[in-house]
Design a protein around this ligand. Structure first.
Ligand code: KIV
Length: 299
């Protein structure tokens, strides 16, 4: 895999090359490194962090400062993947000026390389203002988690006559200069129609198999968020169970005294699990470096 940094034009250009785009959310540097090593093209600091990191029931309370904090962490871990940040609720809705100011902070203080915002036709001027300042915008149409109260819950959008509205939203974002658009919670056939109708890549989540790319919340794809498993989620690992099992093993060894051993200790005689009988002789302490070393195999 090339180590060249993925930019907005590179992501947008994948559609013409028929290269599918893999987007994953990330919230810290360690996850960013691992997800990038796994091949993710885009790391999205989603406002989903409100739910999976902060334990909230919606994304609405997430603040711009929180997104900036997580953005800096993810950017430190990402070398190749594009780092995109979600504009949180009320950081852009009030006016195009507000949107530009918040997007500017996201680039300057959050190290983001693009921003994502929810909404279509109603936010054309906001998107134009941000794109006009040289900040790439990823759109987001269909099910809009920040509009959960207006939608009456996390409900599939674009069914029946409503399909035209969602299509118009995606087209408006393309015309306003967005370089890609997330299609969330819409019927697969509508996602296919939109994907065929616009030149920028569509990134699906709960939108079926016909989009140009997919996005999943990392805690979902890793099987770590176990409160809720919507139909569109697939666990590609059961890391949540792995965490529980590893923690159980740790707790058990701490309680039994099996951990730590001499091998995990500084200045202790090697390969001696139990303290020696007192002999009266002066203990011999092995010289050890006074710093934590790199991870090594247990000897
Ligand atoms: O907040 C988020 O993580 C998102 C993606 C799931 C699209 O918006």
């Amino acid at each position: 895999m090339s180590s060249t940094k993925l930019t907005a034009p590179a992501i947008a250009g994948k559609k013409a090359k028929k290269e599918r785009i893999a987007v994953v959310t990330a919230y810290d540097a360690t996850f960013a490194r691992l997800l990038e090593e796994g091949g993710a093209d885009v790391l999205l600091v989603g406002d989903s962090l409100g739910m999976v990191v902060q334990g909230l029931s919606t994304t609405l309370p997430v603040t711009l400062d929180e997104i900036l904090y997580h953005g800096r962490a993810v950017a430190r871990g990402a070398k190749r993947a594009q780092v995109v940040g979600d504009m949180p609720f009320m950081s852009y809705q009030v006016s195009p000026e507000d949107a530009l100011r918040s997007a500017g902070r996201m680039v300057k203080e959050g190290s983001f390389e693009a921003v994502k915002l929810e909404g279509g036709v109603r936010f054309v001027e906001h998107v134009k203002a941000i794109v006009g300042a040289g900040i790439p915008v990823m759109g987001h149409v269909g099910l809009l988690p920040q509009s959960v109260h207006a939608m009456g819950g996390f409900k599939v959008q674009g069914t029946g006559d409503d399909a035209e509205r969602v299509l118009a939203d995606a087209q408006a974002l393309e015309a306003a200069g967005a370089y890609s658009v997330v299609l969330e919670g819409i019927p697969a056939e509508l996602a296919r129609r939109i994907t065929d109708a616009i030149r920028i890549p569509t990134i699906g989540i709960g939108a079926g198999p016909h989009c140009d790319g997919q996005v999943l919340v990392c805690y979902d794809l890793l099987g770590m968020y176990r409160d809720l498993k919507p139909k569109f989620v697939k666990h590609f690992g059961e890391i949540g169970q792995g965490i529980v099992d590893a923690t159980r093993a740790y707790v058990s060894e701490v309680k039994s005294g099996a951990f730590p051993t001499a091998a995990h200790s500084f200045g202790a005689p090697k390969a001696r699990a139990t303290p020696p009988e007192p002999t009266g002789a002066k203990p011999v302490v092995e010289p050890v470096p006074p710093v934590y070393g790199p991870a090594s195999e247990e000897s």
